[in-house]
Design a protein around this ligand. Structure first.
Ligand SMILES: [Zn+2]
Length: 328
């Protein structure tokens, strides 16, 4: 090989390698998935658990620390992590801090459910009120290591008209929050209300707790199956659901039975923060259809369920007659 030839090869080879190297790393990069949290793929009906409000009162003879611990124990037994959507107004005192720590320390996520639980469909609660409510609770929860920027609308009401829904959505985005959507809505709060009333009236010993438990489990499974069927029709696949429950006595007494029954009926259970990584939660319904469960809103938006969707989606009015009849 002549000297100039050697020099040319000497120049070209590193350049060629550099070129190939670049190309290689480029193809490598394009092969990699974009850096997003790993998503769970679900192949059967799957549910996760979310709890709203955060009550710090003793309930009909059950000390607050005790009934709260009962909920945590049910979750711990199943190795499940929940998202706990809290109102800020009762969380700064000693009991409120105890409650938040008890959830945070066990690895559950703490999220925002406004400060004073206003109904954003009401005229008087503007997007300015919304911003104040979000900020005040954010200040209470953001110092917890497991806080997560999800906002759950009180009563699942996101504003009655398009302009307000849009301006509230802007506030959410400005504070880097996402909607902590519910996929399965139900009336656990109403069953809880009647259970406590009964215990107050006739005492714990005489209250037929099992009958309340059976109604509670049956009601939640029934609503879960309804939303799962609707969701499957809309999405063409199973999604990891986010079930709306409340931080109350019925969760303390019946959550274990509820999880057990879900499993017996062929459902899988999963962690709520992982459920929220599913692409279904990026499908924001148009402002005209905002509110209620995200599945309900998407169904309404499709225009194919106008004859079958009831409004409100869930309410005590649908359960009252059944409970009266059963003597609950
Ligand atoms: Zn609430």
């Amino acid at each position: 090989m002549t000297k100039p030839m050697k020099r040319i090869i000497g120049l070209i080879l590193p350049l060629l390698m550099l070129f190939l190297g670049c190309k290689d790393s480029k193809t490598d990069k394009s092969k990699k998935e974009p850096e997003k949290p790993e998503r769970i793929t679900v192949t059967k009906p799957t549910v996760s658990f979310t709890f709203d409000d955060g009550n710090t009162s003793d309930l009909v003879g059950f000390p607050f620390e005790e009934w709260n611990q009962m909920i945590l124990a049910h979750l711990e037994k199943e190795n499940l992590k929940a998202v706990f959507f809290v109102t800020g107004n009762n969380k700064s005192d000693e009991k409120g801090q105890f409650l938040l720590n008890s959830w945070n320390d066990r690895g559950h996520r703490i999220a925002n459910h406004s400060f004073s639980h206003p109904n954003f469909n009401s005229e008087k609660n503007s997007s300015l009120v919304f911003e104040r409510e979000l900020k005040k609770t954010d200040a209470v929860i953001s110092k917890f290591s497991n806080s997560i920027k999800l906002f759950r609308f009180p009563y699942l009401k996101e504003g009655r008209n398009t302009a307000k829904v849009d301006s509230i959505r802007n506030v959410l985005a400005n504070y880097e929050y996402r909607n902590g959507y519910v996929t399965i809505d139900a009336s656990d709060w109403y069953i809880d209300q009647r259970l406590k009333k009964r215990i107050k009236e006739i005492g714990l010993e005489r209250t037929e707790i099992e009958k309340f438990r059976d109604f509670y489990v049956e009601h939640l499974l029934e609503r879960a199956n309804y939303y799962e069927k609707l969701s499957y029709e809309i999405n063409g696949r199973h999604i990891p659901h986010t079930l709306l429950l409340h931080h109350n006595l019925s969760s303390a007494l019946f959550l274990g039975d509820l999880i057990k029954t879900f499993k017996e009926k062929g459902w899988a259970v999963t962690n709520a923060d992982e459920a929220y990584e599913d692409p279904v939660f990026e499908k924001i319904p148009k402002s005209d259809f905002a509110g209620e469960s995200i599945i309900y809103a998407l169904a309404k938006q499709s225009g194919e369920y106008d004859l079958t969707l009831r409004y409100p989606a869930e309410d005590s009015r649908y359960e009252k007659g059944k409970m009266d009849q059963l003597g609950l």
